[in-house]
Design a protein around this ligand. Structure first.
Ligand code: HAM
Length: 429
């Protein structure tokens, strides 16, 4: 197939055999967020380029080299959203729903776009579920965000495989003082820094802290520590968060070098990481951004949130084999009808059963086929039972009820009794 007729590198189709696990994941998150009373918001996937430049920061990898930016037919510069926070802040401001200190606990789901080098767990179109909370400034809400992800990992069966890393970046004032100290220290080692760090030193010095270069990391061992520059307010906030995590029993490690790749953070930052996915091990990340709303033209409004990468979490479920039995089986019952009259009766019967058992996954064979080929299809569907409607069954107004997974002999069930019979069988598994 010619290249222009293939999917774009790093942008994936999610195939029918993959979607059940995606839906399991998305459904589990949505239910949990309902329970914690978060409300869903849906933003467009395209925004003015300026929005992302202003919020994420001009001197970040995302804005400098990863955005899908284009001029539309009006000549406006637009960008496919690389993340959700900027658009969510834009939306709440535009609709005034955080005005007057109104608390908003929001979540969103959808595709994000970054022109990164594709590899396992890193794509150019990927999907996030994100949460953003406005107008709550205490550590209790930071803790709630972490506690609910901890519960999610438990429900998904991956809790033992993820680790929480925490840091506090302080207020912008304390971060400014730390930045000065760091620049002064690194300037005395300028000739030993790698090229990228030399550049970052001038543009975004805190990002030097998360360099992958081992020599630069060795130099950083003696660098001033961010924790020593924290103002009292940030220190108390961080202590408050840790106390709450301790109270719930959530383990964490303090990573003083955790700075995050987006510029809008202040105070708390955190990442959930795993060693099960290779190089792309961050499955969920976020933090507090108390200055962002104001920076975007709103009134001072505290904010905090995070986003998780759906591809990475689905990969984890596969790697750890945490795939519930009911999603590997898509069909409960498969109805095989032989002959035109049986097909019509089968259709009507199937609809009657669906009226009574709305959660039953009932597949009706489409089109004709020999007895043998229909059974093959029934078996391949993964169904627990086949229903058979042939001439004999039609004459007696019954269906043949055939267990497909070694659960006993075939029996005849009257049409009127079918739904009740299925209800007991399926519940009993
Ligand atoms: P982020 O760290 O850039 O933060 O992305 C959050 C998560 O999205 C990552 O931890 C990862 O799981 C996933 N992710 C990021 N890039 C890719 C990629 N190229 N391929 C696959 N998955 C990826 C944010 O986006 C912030 N908006 C999070 C936030 C919300 N902070 C506060 N509120």
């Amino acid at each position: 197939m010619s290249k222009s007729l293939q999917a774009i590198r790093g942008m994936n189709d999610i195939l029918p055999e993959q979607t059940p696990l995606w839906r399991h994941f998305e459904g589990t998150v949505a239910r949990l967020l309902d329970n914690y009373s978060y409300k869903q918001i849906r933003m467009p996937i395209v925004e003015f380029t300026e929005l992302f430049k202003r919020s994420i920061g001009e001197v970040t990898d995302i804005v400098e080299k990863e955005m899908y930016t284009f001029d539309d037919r009006n000549g406006d510069s637009l960008t496919l959203r690389p993340e959700g926070t900027a658009a969510c802040v834009r939306a709440v401001l535009e609709h005034g729903i955080t005005g007057g200190g109104q608390v908003q606990k929001l979540w969103y789901i959808g595709p994000m776009f970054r022109h990164e080098r594709p590899q396992k767990g890193r794509y150019r179109q990927f999907h996030q579920i994100g949460l953003e909370v406005f107008n709550l400034d205490g550590p209790d809400i930071d803790a709630e965000l972490i506690v609910l992800t901890w519960r999610l990992w438990g429900e998904l069966g991956i809790r033992d495989a993820v680790k929480l890393e925490l840091n506090s970046l302080g207020t912008s004032e304390s971060r400014g003082r730390y930045r000065e100290a760091l620049v002064a220290f690194l300037s005395t080692h300028l000739d030993k820094l790698d090229e990228d760090s030399q550049r970052r030193l001038k543009t975004n010095p805190l990002r030097v802290l998360d360099t992958k270069n081992a020599d630069t990391q060795a130099i950083l061992a003696d660098a001033p520590k961010m924790a020593d520059y924290l103002d009292d307010e940030s220190r108390l906030h961080f202590e408050g968060l840790k106390a709450r995590l301790d109270a719930v029993g959530i383990p964490y490690v303090i990573n003083p070098k955790l700075v995050r790749g987006l510029d809008y953070y202040s105070k708390t930052v955190f990442e959930w990481v795993t060693d099960k996915l290779g190089a792309q091990g961050t499955v969920c990340a976020g933090g507090r951004y108390d200055g962002l709303v104001e920076q975007m033209g709103g009134k001072p409004t505290p904010g905090v949130g995070f986003a998780m990468g759906i591809e990475r979490l689905v990969l984890m479920l596969e790697t750890l084999e945490q795939i519930p039995e009911e999603i590997s089986r898509q069909v409960d019952v498969y109805l095989c009808a032989f002959g035109e009259a049986a097909e019509l009766a089968g259709l009507a019967l199937a609809e009657r059963v669906r009226d009574q058992l709305p959660n039953l996954r009932l597949q009706v064979n489409a089109g004709a086929g020999s007895f043998k080929s229909q059974f093959k299809k029934a078996d391949k569907s993964g169904a627990l039972y086949a229903l058979i409607l042939g001439d004999d069954e039609m004459a007696q107004q019954v269906v043949g009820f055939k267990p497909l997974r070694g659960q006993g002999e075939q029996q005849s069930i009257a049409w009127d009794a079918l739904a009740a019979h299925l209800a007991t069988c399926i519940v009993q598994g």
